[in-house]
Design a protein around this ligand. Sequence first.
Ligand SMILES: Nc1nc2c(ncn2[C@@H]2O[C@H](COP(=O)(O)OP(=O)(O)OP(=O)(O)O)[C@@H](O)[C@H]2O)c(=O)[nH]1
Ligand SMILES: [Mg+2]
Length: 292
Amino acid sequence: MNISVVIPTMDEPAIEGVLHDVFDALRQQTVEVIVVDKSQDETALKASELGAKIIHQTGTGYGDAYITGFKHISKDTDTVVILDGDYTYDPYDIPALLQPIHDGADLVIGSRFALMDKGAMSRRNALGNRMITALVRSLYHVPLTDSQSGMRAIRRPALDRLKLQSPDMPFATEMIIEAQKEGLAIVEVPIRYRNRVGQAKLDPYKDALSILFTTVRLVRDYNPIVIFLPIGLVLLLIGFGYGIGIFIEYINTGVVTRFAGAILSVLLILTGLQIVLFGLLADIVLTNLRRR
Ligand SMILES: Nc1nc2c(ncn2[C@@H]2O[C@H](COP(=O)(O)OP(=O)(O)OP(=O)(O)O)[C@@H](O)[C@H]2O)c(=O)[nH]1
Ligand SMILES: [Mg+2]
């Protein structure tokens, strides 16, 4: 195998340890390591001394770092591995990630939940991860347990097919959704996860929200009916529920006493109907676009 390992770094004091272990774990293979750096400290210098190719990131963000790094992969590379530069992921797990690729998988994701060191992931992050993973699983039917894992291996031609645009943390989710849309074979393998060395760059609340938002936006673009149909149906139901009493009163007495209620109910029903119809229409348009 010809492997490119891409590592984004922003002031990562443990980069030497990570690089040492990457080269050692892959000593039987042809390897290039690309460090996409946005540091104020010596990270880039240390990485370069250990034999990594350094790309100085001009943009910002975790996703942007990978998008930049992927443009510099050598043309001989057939498999790309990604991981953090903070010593949380264990480079000696890379061979376990490459095995399924060898057996035919396109994208392999390391799942951290089985072998996680105590305190390596805060409860809050674990909960957020579980919620987003459940969403991805139910909306896209990808059988994953750790959608936010940053340690992955992907076949080069598969990577080239993905439209990756998220500059920040939603990048990880976008990659899975894109892979699923492309019909790639996605496999998960258990990996270790250790306590971070150095400062976290993740902003738990802001990043969780933006990951959630991106997931919903991607669903809206990919499978709009999943978003629009339930919203429309809920409005329709509320409208009917509200209006039925007023309607029965009208049938029995011939008068409408709750006039505002009647208007509200009609508005809810019409809006709900419009949203349902919009979802159906978007679905028809997308289906036809995809057939081309
Ligand atoms: N080049 C570059 N690297 C980044 C940027 N943001 C984060 N990184 C790196 O991307 C990797 C993942 O970021 P982390 O801060 O570890 O995020 P995380 O793994 O979700 O959070 P922790 O669980 O706290 O480690 C690390 O190696 C960071 O140094 C960025 O804007 N540019
Ligand atoms: Mg990390």
